[in-house]
Write a protein that binds this ligand. Structure first.
Ligand SMILES: [Cu+2]
Length: 230
């Protein structure tokens, strides 16, 4: 009799434990599981299925006089990405940034106006989602390699860590540099990601944002129309 009572008590305890465990499993990771975002492979959209990440940079040199634009073959050697920056609510940052593969990496160039003079954090962010008026829908820095935040010249950095751009006394930043992490395909592809300009300077140290402050300009990185580049 005593042992039967003990048995039923144990069953009750196990049942309670099982119920607690399953409820914890449902409520467990919650929204934070979103950070394990799925890998996007958009290379098919570019029609560059022959290209791989290991394709020789020499094949990607622009201005070799061989354009596929006229017959719709957006091979990555010729394709240019474009990001048209619009101001977030209450700000005036606006401009256009281009990306193109060159020997040694990705050339990034363009002009952004409507900034306060001085340095502004400049990053590729995880999502090409500009639906939030303050730009927060773009998520955090694009970080497919799960690295810490750092500067563009550091070995371990977010792919999206482009450091700072500097606006002159008129609030205009002229941008031109070559980055060795950005890619047009594969895991590090910036296609469809966000481009963000911040109110403050990126200190290249603070995790995970660089303490660059609010977002004053935002864009989606897309494929440029070659007609607009001539
Ligand atoms: Cu940023």
């Amino acid at each position: 009799m005593k042992s039967r009572l003990l048995t039923s008590s144990l069953i009750a305890i196990f049942a309670l434990a099982a119920a607690t465990t399953s409820s914890a499993a449902v409520n467990g990771p919650g929204p934070t599981s979103v950070k394990h975002h799925s890998k996007l492979d958009l290379s098919a959209l570019l029609g560059n299925d022959k290209d791989t990440e290991s394709s020789s940079p020499a094949d990607a040199t622009p201005g070799d006089g061989h354009s596929h634009a006229d017959h719709g073959d957006d091979s990555s050697a010729d394709v240019v990405f474009i990001a048209v920056i619009s101001p977030t609510a209450g700000n005036e940052a606006a401009g256009t940034i281009y990306f193109q593969k060159v020997e040694g990496g990705m050339k990034v160039w363009g002009t952004i106006e409507g900034l306060t003079p001085g340095d502004h954090g400049f990053h590729v962010h995880q999502y090409g989602d500009v639906s939030a008026a303050d730009g927060t829908s773009a998520g955090g820095h694009f970080n497919p390699q799960s690295q810490p935040h750092a500067g563009p010249d550091d070995a371990h950095r977010h792919v999206g860590d482009l450091g700072n751009i500097t606006a002159n006394e008129n609030g205009v930043a002229e941008i031109s540099f070559i980055d060795n992490e950005l890619s047009m395909e594969g895991k590090n592809s910036i296609l469809g990601r966000g481009l963000i300009v911040h109110a403050d300077a990126d200190d290249l140290t603070s995790q995970p944002t660089g303490a660059a402050g609010p977002r004053v300009g935002m864009a989606v990185i897309g494929v440029a129309n070659p007609k607009d580049l001539q």
